[in-house]
Design a binder for this molecule. Sequence first.
Ligand code: UD1
Length: 430
Amino acid sequence: MKERFLVKGLAGKKTLKGVIPVFGGKNAVLPLLAATLLTKAPIELYNVPDIEDVKRVGELFEHLGVSFGRVAKDRYSINTSGISNGELNHEIAKRFRASIVLAGPLLARLGQASFPHPGGDVIGERPIDIFLEGFQRMGATLTERDGSYHLEVKKKKLQGMEYFFKLVSVTATETFMMAATLAQGKTVLKNAAMEPEITSLAEFLTSLGAKIVGAGTPVITIEGGTLTGTPKSFMVPPDRLETGSFLILAALAGDTIEITNCNPGEVEVLIEMLRRSGVSLTVKKNSIIVKGNGKVKNSSLSGMNVRTHEYPGFPTDLQAPMTVYLTQVKGESLVFETVFEGRLNYVHDLVRMGADISMWNPHQVMVRGPKVLVGRELESPDIRAGLAFVIAAIVAKGDSVINNVYHIDRGYEEVEKRLRAIGVDIERVK
Ligand code: UD1
């Protein structure tokens, strides 16, 4: 079913008002769901966002023989004791990149796992060589056949390893951390990713009895063994990327907006940059207020250079919303995408809306602002650029249509309802 959003632009007016809550994070919930495969104990997760990627994991779980039941709006109970095979359904797994995070726990628990080359967003080539290398270093044998991978471990036990990441990878760090909890011996991960989702995963694994030191730093040490800890319910942390996107929207189109249920410390880099640009923000323990901006013209805010970086640097997942911000504020800004190839292709659509952006090369664009954006029909290319288009459509003059809403639904729960509550004229049509 192809759904789209119809958005009536505010033509640069800053009238949005009220409270917008942040829901549980896509990038946090996926590894937590994967980690439940490591234990036979029943688990409850809450603050689970109702997003398409979670539904896809539920479908993969069903094929694996895992019981995955929704016990309340945001609460799921998971019981993996009936799991019998380590084969991820290929049709489903191909649809999203994060399906690969299930492979590590399956291999560690069952001694075998098979999966297709994972799909996902169209943001350039996304190899899985690090995953495959690490699994083999932990003692797995790899066979590749017809575009799918089969991994097997003799005597069903992975071995601990010392592994230096040639590139900082978030999901590979999560995968090896999970697999290492059931491996024989010690694993040391060096040049590991430091994203908050890794810290929350380590907290969850520790609650199951894992021995992990250093999560959130570049060196993580895991003592392998068994997971016999007392299971408890665990909260999915709020989505820092949703927090950041709402902050950018509030800065551009808000009168006074409070973003609630969030961890402001996890978007410190964005808060700092918006403050330097001239945005007035009040940061509380679990909320951020963007205030008084109705009176401040966007053209009096200033542009700045943005360079994406691993956490705690500027997240690549906020690069597209930030580029929309830069089209509205004063001055020349250079955006440098350092993490992915092809993650700037969406700028052609912003140019069609009237933005002044020149592409220097696949990694760098120059944005000159402020420019009036005009409503257009747009195709959501990936989850993050999709939400950036929603922000662009809100600040634009005239009406926009955003097709391919599935991409936005992959990561953001009913975003249109929350946007309507602060005054955005947005409608979902089938
Ligand atoms: C995760 C996030 C995604 C975010 C990205 C970077 C999840 C579910 N997704 O994706 O939202 O944009 O981190 O913050 O958490 N690479 C290789 N070989 C590999 C693995 C990665 O070359 O085997 C490269 C990638 O192509 C990329 C870089 O490493 O250039 C970093 O990617 P990585 O951190 O792995 O991204 P994901 O974990 O897939």
